[in-house]
Design a protein around this ligand. Structure first.
Ligand code: DLZ
Length: 158
């Protein structure tokens, strides 16, 4: 499994020393809210654990993952250094899942290319609810925690 070999989510001490000055923007989708709440909690607590200031963590909520693109664009135009996009897309009976997954990943990619405020991708794209539970505080960890570490690392790139 990818997460077993791709687990470089420790922080260098020099990165930790910079965290208190970094401004974080968390854009959270309300669709599948019980999952995205857990992802948000994981990210938020991890940022605090590494020294982020509460006043430097801004949150906006959007209705669904499709709206993460617009929410992140708005956040890029505010006073933040790095953004975490948090969502949970779960496959249903139709092709809707494919369109939303494609749109969100392409949209966030475009924003990362065009603008200078990096966006970390904390969007679960799962086949069923159990997979999402497993990745939002369950047996496969919490992707919100990993995303917070990624956000700190990318914000520290000179
Ligand atoms: C419509 C929809 C569906 C079917 N499934 C999800 C999902 O699994 N995860 C998610 O974040 N959002 C979903 N949405 C909502 C869309 O993202 C969007 O909010 C609506 O299509 C309105 O633009």
């Amino acid at each position: 499994m990818a997460t077993d070999i791709n687990n470089n989510f420790d922080l260098e001490s020099d990165a930790i020393s910079e965290v208190h000055g970094i401004k974080f923007g968390l854009v959270v989708s309300a669709w599948n809210k019980s999952i995205t709440d857990n992802l948000y909690d994981g990210a938020y607590k991890t940022l605090l654990k590494y020294g982020a200031k509460n006043v430097n963590i801004k949150k906006i909520e959007v209705p669904g993952s499709f709206e993460l693109i617009y929410g992140c664009k708005k956040m890029q135009n505010s006073d933040v250094d790095v953004i975490i996009a948090i969502g949970c897309i779960i496959k249903g009976e139709t092709d809707h899942y494919n369109y939303i997954c494609q749109s969100v990943s392409n949209g966030i990619t475009q924003l990362n290319i065009i603008n200078n405020i990096p966006i970390v991708f904390c969007v679960l794209t799962d086949h069923n609810v159990q997979q999402s539970i497993n990745r939002s505080g369950g047996k496969h960890g919490n992707k919100g925690i990993e995303s917070a570490v990624a956000a700190i690392k990318i914000a520290c790139i000179k």
